[in-house]
Design a protein around this ligand. Structure first.
Ligand SMILES: O=C[C@H](O)COP(=O)(O)O
Length: 284
């Protein structure tokens, strides 16, 4: 994706830069409200890049008070467009009332342990995007068995197509994809960066088929699965990886801070290229 920049009466091309995003999914952690607010407070000092954390629902209000709604996400949302007798569920309007601006949908733990099938995931995407100014972080990814069968891209394409069915192109600026190979989650087995890159590129191809090239080039696609301080720089050096969704390491402040401070060779290269282009002299 290229954009035109007018400089000194010439239009020069520089690559489009997608904003990076680091997300920390606390899952059913930490064990107390005091720990949750302490974790949030330590994070408040590290604001250099786009960072979001997903605390458990009971801690969401306190964490939002510390970090602000822009930096806090909801781990789930009810798939129904209603209120009433649905014990344990949390509706979209309830989440929005907290000022939360991102909702995680389709995490493999929801799919595997709580039966969120593709239809439920699609309904949750719709409920999220029905909220004003709220982003949906949609998780997709294959199991070990599916990777071994060589059907990773097929699985991602099906999950993407079903989750986004009926979602208007105009809403896609509020969708972030998180590619999480299920076999890499919580196992310490990080997908090789080049292997993840291939899948990210395939996800963009799928988005282009569903929508168009512009949307495919602009949607942020994160990687998740055992991301650590040791692996983040290599992962983030891949051209189609725009950020990371971190589980375990997001609960350890020093680890998460290092992940947030990942080296960003793409931004550096693009910034240098952009400067070079902008100072390019006008030819006679
Ligand atoms: O939502 C986060 C992912 O499931 C990754 O978790 P993990 O970093 O503990 O593997």
């Amino acid at each position: 994706m290229l954009v035109l920049i007018a400089a000194s009466a010439v239009a020069v091309e520089v690559p489009m830069l997608r904003k990076t995003l680091v997300a920390g999914n606390w899952k059913m952690n930490p064990g107390s409200l005091a720990e949750a607010t302490e974790l949030a407070s330590s994070l408040a000092a590290h604001e250099a890049r786009d960072v979001i954390v997903f605390p458990p629902f009971p801690f969401a209000h306190a964490v939002t008070s510390v970090l602000g709604g822009d930096k806090v996400g909801s781990q789930d949302i009810c798939h129904l467009d209603t209120k009433g007798a649905f014990t344990g569920e949390v509706s979209g309007p309830m989440i929005a009332a907290l000022g939360i601006k991102t909702v995680l949908v389709g995490h493999s733990e929801r799919r595997v342990f709580f039966g969120d099938d593709d239809d439920v995931v699609a309904a949750k995407v719709k409920q999220t995007l029905a909220l004003d100014d709220v982003t949906c972080m949609l998780c997709i990814g294959e199991t070990r068995d599916e990777r071994d069968q060589g059907i990773t891209v097929d699985i991602c394409n099906v999950q993407l197509s079903k989750a986004l069915a009926g979602i208007d192109a105009a809403l896609m600026d509020r969708v972030v994809i998180a590619y999480e190979p299920v076999w890499a989650i919580g196992t310490g087995l990080v997908c090789e960066p080049e292997v993840a890159q291939d899948t990210h590129a395939a996800i963009r191809t799928c988005l282009a088929a569903i929508y168009d090239e512009d949307i495919a080039a602009n949607v942020r696609v994160l990687y998740g699965g055992s991301v650590s301080p040791a692996s983040v720089d290599d992962i983030m050096s891949m051209p189609d990886i725009d950020g990371v969704l971190v589980g375990g390491a997001s609960l350890v402040p020093d680890s998460f801070f290092r992940i947030i401070r990942f080296e960003d060779p793409k931004a550096t290269a693009i910034a240098e290229e952009g400067v070079k282009n902008i100072v390019q002299p006008v030819s006679a």
